[in-house]
Ligand binder design. Sequence first.
Ligand SMILES: [Ca+2]
Ligand SMILES: [Ca+2]
Ligand SMILES: [Ca+2]
Length: 278
Amino acid sequence: MRVTRALATSARTRVAGVALSLVLGSSACRPIADGRCTNRNHSVLFDAAGDHDGDGLDDAFEDAAARVYLPFLATHPEDACALSGVVFRARPHPDDAALVHIIYSRLYALDCGLNGHVGDNEAFGVTVDPRLPPPAGLVALVAVAHDNTPCERTTTCGTCAGMPTCDLVDGQPVLYASRDKHASVVDIGSACALGSCFDSCALPAQPATLPLVNVGEPDAPLVRDLSVQGFIRAELGWSEPALMQVDPWGAAIFGDAGSIAGDLDDPTLLPPACTCEP
Ligand SMILES: [Ca+2]
Ligand SMILES: [Ca+2]
Ligand SMILES: [Ca+2]
Protein backbone atom coordinates (compact mmCIF):
# COMPACT_ATOMS: atom_id res chain seq x y z
CA MET A 1 0.00 0.00 0.00
CA ARG A 2 1.72 3.15 -1.15
CA VAL A 3 -1.08 5.62 -0.84
CA THR A 4 0.29 8.57 1.04
CA ARG A 5 -1.68 11.19 2.86
CA ALA A 6 -0.78 14.74 2.02
CA LEU A 7 -1.82 18.29 2.65
CA ALA A 8 -4.62 19.98 0.76
CA THR A 9 -2.22 22.33 -0.97
CA SER A 10 -0.29 19.51 -2.55
CA ALA A 11 -3.55 17.89 -3.69
CA ARG A 12 -4.14 20.89 -5.92
CA THR A 13 -0.63 20.54 -7.25
CA ARG A 14 -1.23 16.89 -8.05
CA VAL A 15 -4.42 17.50 -9.99
CA ALA A 16 -2.65 20.24 -11.87
CA GLY A 17 0.08 17.70 -12.54
CA VAL A 18 -2.41 15.37 -14.18
CA ALA A 19 -3.62 18.20 -16.40
CA LEU A 20 -0.04 19.09 -17.22
CA SER A 21 0.63 15.48 -18.15
CA LEU A 22 -2.20 15.70 -20.65
CA VAL A 23 -0.47 18.59 -22.31
CA LEU A 24 2.76 16.67 -22.35
CA GLY A 25 1.08 13.44 -23.42
CA SER A 26 3.38 10.93 -25.00
CA SER A 27 2.50 8.53 -27.79
CA ALA A 28 4.48 5.69 -26.30
CA CYS A 29 5.36 4.10 -23.00
CA ARG A 30 7.56 6.89 -21.79
CA PRO A 31 9.71 6.32 -18.74
CA ILE A 32 9.03 8.59 -15.83
CA ALA A 33 11.55 11.17 -14.66
CA ASP A 34 13.83 8.67 -12.99
CA GLY A 35 14.11 6.71 -16.22
CA ARG A 36 12.05 3.68 -15.31
CA CYS A 37 8.60 2.59 -16.36
CA THR A 38 8.09 0.08 -13.62
CA ASN A 39 9.32 2.01 -10.63
CA ARG A 40 6.97 1.39 -7.72
CA ASN A 41 8.42 3.94 -5.35
CA HIS A 42 5.99 6.62 -6.37
CA SER A 43 2.77 7.22 -4.53
CA VAL A 44 -0.71 8.21 -5.49
CA LEU A 45 -1.05 11.16 -3.20
CA PHE A 46 -4.37 12.41 -2.01
CA ASP A 47 -6.16 14.91 0.13
CA ALA A 48 -8.16 13.06 2.77
CA ALA A 49 -10.63 15.95 2.95
CA GLY A 50 -11.38 15.45 -0.74
CA ASP A 51 -12.18 11.75 -0.44
CA HIS A 52 -15.94 11.55 -0.15
CA ASP A 53 -16.38 7.98 -1.34
CA GLY A 54 -13.96 6.50 1.16
CA ASP A 55 -11.63 4.72 -1.24
CA GLY A 56 -8.47 6.56 -0.24
CA LEU A 57 -8.24 8.69 -3.38
CA ASP A 58 -8.98 12.39 -3.56
CA ASP A 59 -12.15 12.52 -5.66
CA ALA A 60 -10.72 15.41 -7.68
CA PHE A 61 -7.82 13.14 -8.59
CA GLU A 62 -10.31 10.41 -9.57
CA ASP A 63 -12.15 12.85 -11.84
CA ALA A 64 -8.96 14.07 -13.48
CA ALA A 65 -7.62 10.55 -13.99
CA ALA A 66 -10.90 9.28 -15.46
CA ARG A 67 -10.84 12.08 -18.01
CA VAL A 68 -7.22 12.14 -19.10
CA TYR A 69 -6.81 8.36 -19.30
CA LEU A 70 -10.13 7.72 -21.06
CA PRO A 71 -9.75 5.59 -24.20
CA PHE A 72 -10.57 7.08 -27.61
CA LEU A 73 -14.30 6.39 -27.72
CA ALA A 74 -14.95 5.32 -31.30
CA THR A 75 -18.64 5.74 -31.91
CA HIS A 76 -19.63 4.46 -35.35
CA PRO A 77 -20.07 7.54 -37.60
CA GLU A 78 -23.44 6.19 -38.77
CA ASP A 79 -24.78 5.25 -35.37
CA ALA A 80 -28.46 6.20 -35.29
CA CYS A 81 -28.89 6.31 -31.50
CA ALA A 82 -25.66 7.63 -30.01
CA LEU A 83 -27.14 9.84 -27.27
CA SER A 84 -25.17 8.77 -24.22
CA GLY A 85 -23.09 9.69 -21.21
CA VAL A 86 -20.63 7.86 -18.99
CA VAL A 87 -20.65 7.00 -15.31
CA PHE A 88 -17.48 5.72 -13.72
CA ARG A 89 -16.05 4.22 -10.57
CA ALA A 90 -12.36 4.96 -9.88
CA ARG A 91 -10.42 3.51 -6.97
CA PRO A 92 -6.96 2.17 -6.11
CA HIS A 93 -6.38 -1.05 -8.01
CA PRO A 94 -7.33 -3.83 -5.56
CA ASP A 95 -4.06 -5.66 -6.25
CA ASP A 96 -1.69 -2.67 -6.29
CA ALA A 97 -2.67 0.64 -4.70
CA ALA A 98 -0.05 2.49 -6.74
CA LEU A 99 -2.30 1.90 -9.75
CA VAL A 100 -5.82 3.12 -10.39
CA HIS A 101 -8.66 0.92 -11.53
CA ILE A 102 -11.55 2.57 -13.34
CA ILE A 103 -14.75 0.99 -14.57
CA TYR A 104 -16.76 3.06 -17.01
CA SER A 105 -20.34 2.31 -17.94
CA ARG A 106 -21.49 4.16 -21.03
CA LEU A 107 -25.23 4.72 -20.82
CA TYR A 108 -27.24 5.21 -24.00
CA ALA A 109 -30.87 6.25 -24.23
CA LEU A 110 -31.50 3.56 -26.79
CA ASP A 111 -30.15 0.43 -28.44
CA CYS A 112 -31.57 0.73 -31.97
CA GLY A 113 -30.05 -2.37 -33.53
CA LEU A 114 -31.55 -5.82 -33.92
CA ASN A 115 -33.72 -6.57 -30.87
CA GLY A 116 -33.26 -2.98 -29.74
CA HIS A 117 -34.46 -1.65 -26.42
CA VAL A 118 -34.81 1.42 -24.25
CA GLY A 119 -31.65 2.02 -22.24
CA ASP A 120 -28.29 0.49 -23.02
CA ASN A 121 -25.37 0.06 -20.64
CA GLU A 122 -21.99 -0.88 -22.12
CA ALA A 123 -19.06 -1.16 -19.74
CA PHE A 124 -15.28 -1.34 -19.90
CA GLY A 125 -12.47 -1.29 -17.38
CA VAL A 126 -8.95 0.09 -17.32
CA THR A 127 -5.78 -0.08 -15.29
CA VAL A 128 -4.06 3.28 -15.03
CA ASP A 129 -0.49 3.93 -13.96
CA PRO A 130 -0.75 7.56 -12.86
CA ARG A 131 3.05 7.84 -12.79
CA LEU A 132 2.96 7.85 -16.57
CA PRO A 133 1.48 10.71 -18.58
CA PRO A 134 -1.62 10.09 -20.65
CA PRO A 135 -2.14 8.29 -22.85
CA ALA A 136 0.78 5.99 -21.91
CA GLY A 137 -0.58 5.62 -18.37
CA LEU A 138 -3.61 3.78 -19.71
CA VAL A 139 -1.77 0.46 -19.56
CA ALA A 140 -4.60 -2.09 -19.81
CA LEU A 141 -8.12 -2.06 -21.20
CA VAL A 142 -10.86 -4.69 -21.11
CA ALA A 143 -14.34 -4.57 -22.58
CA VAL A 144 -17.29 -6.91 -22.51
CA ALA A 145 -19.71 -6.93 -25.42
CA HIS A 146 -23.24 -8.33 -25.41
CA ASP A 147 -23.04 -9.12 -21.71
CA ASN A 148 -25.08 -12.15 -20.63
CA THR A 149 -26.09 -13.16 -24.14
CA PRO A 150 -24.90 -15.93 -26.47
CA CYS A 151 -22.92 -13.23 -28.30
CA GLU A 152 -20.96 -12.21 -25.19
CA ARG A 153 -17.26 -11.74 -25.72
CA THR A 154 -14.46 -10.12 -23.80
CA THR A 155 -11.61 -8.29 -25.51
CA THR A 156 -8.51 -6.85 -23.91
CA CYS A 157 -5.38 -4.98 -24.90
CA GLY A 158 -2.62 -2.90 -23.36
CA THR A 159 1.08 -2.34 -22.86
CA CYS A 160 1.54 -4.81 -20.00
CA ALA A 161 3.56 -7.92 -20.70
CA GLY A 162 1.74 -10.46 -22.83
CA MET A 163 -1.17 -8.24 -23.80
CA PRO A 164 -2.23 -7.66 -27.38
CA THR A 165 -1.46 -4.16 -28.56
CA CYS A 166 -4.39 -1.76 -28.62
CA ASP A 167 -5.44 0.07 -31.75
CA LEU A 168 -4.06 3.56 -31.21
CA VAL A 169 -4.93 7.08 -32.31
CA ASP A 170 -2.03 9.37 -31.46
CA GLY A 171 -1.02 6.85 -28.83
CA GLN A 172 -4.49 6.68 -27.27
CA PRO A 173 -6.04 3.19 -27.07
CA VAL A 174 -9.28 2.88 -29.00
CA LEU A 175 -12.54 1.48 -27.68
CA TYR A 176 -15.04 0.79 -30.42
CA ALA A 177 -18.80 0.91 -29.99
CA SER A 178 -20.63 -1.05 -32.66
CA ARG A 179 -23.19 0.69 -34.81
CA ASP A 180 -26.61 1.00 -33.13
CA LYS A 181 -25.97 -1.96 -30.74
CA HIS A 182 -22.99 -0.29 -29.01
CA ALA A 183 -21.13 -3.51 -28.33
CA SER A 184 -17.79 -2.48 -26.78
CA VAL A 185 -14.66 -4.07 -28.23
CA VAL A 186 -10.99 -3.18 -28.46
CA ASP A 187 -10.43 -5.25 -31.59
CA ILE A 188 -12.09 -4.13 -34.80
CA GLY A 189 -10.77 -7.11 -36.75
CA SER A 190 -12.01 -10.29 -35.15
CA ALA A 191 -14.32 -9.02 -32.44
CA CYS A 192 -16.40 -6.56 -34.40
CA ALA A 193 -17.24 -7.94 -37.80
CA LEU A 194 -19.99 -9.57 -39.77
CA GLY A 195 -20.10 -13.07 -38.38
CA SER A 196 -19.57 -11.92 -34.81
CA CYS A 197 -23.21 -11.14 -34.11
CA PHE A 198 -23.47 -8.66 -36.97
CA ASP A 199 -21.58 -5.93 -35.22
CA SER A 200 -20.09 -3.19 -37.32
CA CYS A 201 -17.39 -0.87 -36.00
CA ALA A 202 -15.59 2.06 -37.55
CA LEU A 203 -13.10 4.69 -36.49
CA PRO A 204 -14.52 8.22 -36.55
CA ALA A 205 -12.41 11.31 -37.11
CA GLN A 206 -12.92 12.44 -33.54
CA PRO A 207 -13.68 10.58 -30.32
CA ALA A 208 -17.08 10.94 -28.71
CA THR A 209 -17.14 13.82 -26.25
CA LEU A 210 -19.42 12.80 -23.42
CA PRO A 211 -20.33 13.86 -19.90
CA LEU A 212 -18.49 11.81 -17.27
CA VAL A 213 -19.90 11.37 -13.79
CA ASN A 214 -18.07 9.88 -10.82
CA VAL A 215 -20.66 7.81 -8.98
CA GLY A 216 -18.42 6.89 -6.06
CA GLU A 217 -18.15 3.52 -4.36
CA PRO A 218 -20.79 0.91 -3.42
CA ASP A 219 -20.47 1.73 0.29
CA ALA A 220 -20.25 5.49 -0.27
CA PRO A 221 -22.10 6.56 -3.41
CA LEU A 222 -21.54 10.07 -4.70
CA VAL A 223 -24.60 9.94 -6.97
CA ARG A 224 -28.04 8.44 -6.35
CA ASP A 225 -30.05 10.05 -9.16
CA LEU A 226 -28.60 10.56 -12.63
CA SER A 227 -31.36 13.03 -13.52
CA VAL A 228 -30.41 15.29 -10.61
CA GLN A 229 -26.65 14.75 -10.42
CA GLY A 230 -25.96 13.49 -13.92
CA PHE A 231 -26.79 13.83 -17.60
CA ILE A 232 -30.11 12.00 -17.98
CA ARG A 233 -32.11 15.18 -18.37
CA ALA A 234 -34.80 16.32 -20.79
CA GLU A 235 -32.82 19.44 -21.69
CA LEU A 236 -29.96 17.21 -22.84
CA GLY A 237 -32.25 15.24 -25.16
CA TRP A 238 -33.23 12.35 -22.91
CA SER A 239 -36.94 11.64 -23.17
CA GLU A 240 -37.64 8.09 -22.02
CA PRO A 241 -39.56 8.20 -18.71
CA ALA A 242 -38.15 4.79 -17.76
CA LEU A 243 -34.62 6.24 -17.65
CA MET A 244 -35.38 9.17 -15.36
CA GLN A 245 -34.36 9.22 -11.71
CA VAL A 246 -32.08 6.23 -12.17
CA ASP A 247 -29.89 5.31 -9.19
CA PRO A 248 -26.62 3.92 -10.59
CA TRP A 249 -26.19 1.87 -7.43
CA GLY A 250 -29.79 0.70 -7.28
CA ALA A 251 -31.06 -2.80 -7.92
CA ALA A 252 -33.19 -1.81 -10.91
CA ILE A 253 -31.91 -2.44 -14.40
CA PHE A 254 -31.33 0.47 -16.76
CA GLY A 255 -34.45 0.62 -18.92
CA ASP A 256 -34.66 -2.76 -20.62
CA ALA A 257 -30.90 -3.27 -20.61
CA GLY A 258 -28.75 -4.35 -17.66
CA SER A 259 -27.56 -3.36 -14.20
CA ILE A 260 -25.31 -0.32 -13.89
CA ALA A 261 -24.33 -1.35 -10.35
CA GLY A 262 -23.46 -4.76 -11.78
CA ASP A 263 -21.14 -3.13 -14.31
CA LEU A 264 -19.41 -1.11 -11.61
CA ASP A 265 -18.65 -4.23 -9.58
CA ASP A 266 -17.97 -6.67 -12.43
CA PRO A 267 -14.75 -8.64 -11.82
CA THR A 268 -14.49 -9.29 -15.57
CA LEU A 269 -13.76 -5.59 -15.96
CA LEU A 270 -10.73 -5.66 -13.64
CA PRO A 271 -7.57 -5.73 -15.77
CA PRO A 272 -4.41 -7.01 -14.09
CA ALA A 273 -2.35 -4.84 -11.76
CA CYS A 274 0.41 -4.31 -14.25
CA THR A 275 2.20 -1.47 -15.95
CA CYS A 276 3.87 -0.98 -19.28
CA GLU A 277 7.00 -2.82 -20.20
CA PRO A 278 10.10 -0.61 -20.01
CA1 LIG B 1 -12.29 8.90 -3.38
CA1 LIG C 1 -13.89 6.18 -6.14
CA1 LIG D 1 -26.33 -2.65 -26.60
